[in-house]
Write a protein that binds this ligand. Structure first.
Ligand code: SAM
Length: 250
C-alpha cells in the first residue's frame, strides 16, 4: 500500500520548505490540503501540478474514504496544511488516526512550526511547556481557560490572531497578573518578525503603542507559575522570622 506523508510547509518564509518536503511533494500522487487554492500556489511555486483533495475539519471523515482507496491502490499521499506542521492547530487528526488504524504507514516530514520557532527564540524555560493552541474567542471562556492554567508550572504557549491579541493580553494581565513574564513572537520568519518580551503589563503596553502591534500572526508564550506554595512558604518563613526576632527583643 501507499504511504501517507505528513509534510510541514513554511510559516511565512518559503525558503523554509525542506529539500525532503519538496522531494516528497514531487513524488506523491495526491496532495490532501487544508485549502487547495492556497496550497495550489505553493505547488505552483515549486513547479508542480498534482491532484488535490480539500481537507477541512468538518469533512475529514468523508475524505478518509478517498484517502484509504488511494493508499490501497498503492498511491503515496502528502498531507499538508496552510502553514507549518499539519495537525498542530490544523486539520488532519482524523485522517492520520484512521489511516494508521487501517494499517498503512504514516510518516512525518518535519519542518516549520510556529510554536517551536517561537519557543526556540523566546528565552523562556523549554524543559516543559504546555501548548494550549487558540483560547476561546469569547472573553468569559478565555478568562476561564487562563484561570485553569494560572498555577501551571510549565511554560504556556498559545496561538492568537491579530484581531484578538490585545484582548488576550488584557485578560492575561487580569488573570495572571501584570508581573508575569511573557514573550510574544509576531510574524515569525517573515519580513516584519518582531519579539515583544517583558512583564505581561509591559508587553501589553508595547503592543498598544506599536501602530503595527496588532497586525500579523502571534505565538504567545508565558512563563510558568512559581512552584506551588512558594508564596505561602515565603509568608510563613517571614512570620517565623518575625516571631524569632520578637522573642529576642527586650
Ligand atoms: N500548523 C501551524 C504551525 O505548525 O504552527 C499553525 C496553524 S494555526 C491555524 C495558525 C496560527 O499559528 C496563527 O494564528 C498564529 O497564532 C500561529 N502562526 C502561524 N504562523 C506564524 C508566524 N509566522 N508567526 C507567528 N505565529 C504564527
Amino acid at each position: 500500500g501507499g504511504v501517507l506523508y505528513v509534510v510541514a510547509t513554511p510559516i511565512g518564509n518559503l525558503q523554509d520548505l525542506s529539500e525532503r518536503a519538496q522531494l516528497v511533494l514531487s513524488r506523491v500522487g495526491l496532495v490532501a490540503a487544508e485549502d487547495t487554492r492556497h496550497s495550489g500556489r505553493l505547488l505552483q511555486h515549486l513547479g508542480l501540478s498534482k491532484p488535490m483533495l480539500a481537507l477541512h475539519d468538518h469533512n475529514e471523515r468523508d475524505r478518509v474514504v478517498r484517502i484509504l482507496e488511494a493508499l490501497k491502490a498503492g498511491q503515496d499521499i502528502a498531507l499538508i496544511s496552510d502553514a507549518g506542521t499539519p495537525l498542530i492547530s490544523d486539520p488532519g487528526y482524523v485522517v492520520v488516526r484512521e489511516v494508521r488504524e487501517a494499517g498503512f504507514r504514516v510518516s512525518p516530514v518535519p519542518g516549520p512550526c510556529a510554536l517551536v520557532a517561537g519557543l526556540s527564540a523566546a528565552g523562556l524555560p523549554t524543559d516543559r511547556f504546555l501548548f494550549a493552541g487558540f483560547l476561546p474567542a469569547k472573553r468569559s471562556g478565555r478568562r476561564a481557560a487562563l484561570e485553569e492554567l494560572r498555577e501551571q508550572p510549565a511554560t504556556l504557549v498559545f496561538y492568537e490572531s491579530p484581531h484578538r491579541i490585545l484582548a488576550l493580553m488584557e485578560d492575561l494581565v487580569e488573570v495572571m497578573g501584570g508581573e508575569r513574564e511573557c514573550v510574544l513572537g509576531r510574524e515569525l520568519t517573515k519580513t516584519f518578525e518582531t519579539f515583544y518580551g517583558g512583564t505581561a503589563q509591559s508587553v501589553r503596553e508595547s503592543l498598544e503603542a506599536d501602530p503595527n502591534g496588532a497586525r500579523g500572526e502571534f505565538v504567545v508564550m508565558v512563563h510558568g507559575a512559581p512552584p506551588a506554595g512558594s508564596q505561602e512558604a515565603g509568608v510563613l518563613d517571614a512570620d517565623r522570622l518575625l516571631s524569632l526576632l520578637v522573642a529576642e527583643l527586650p
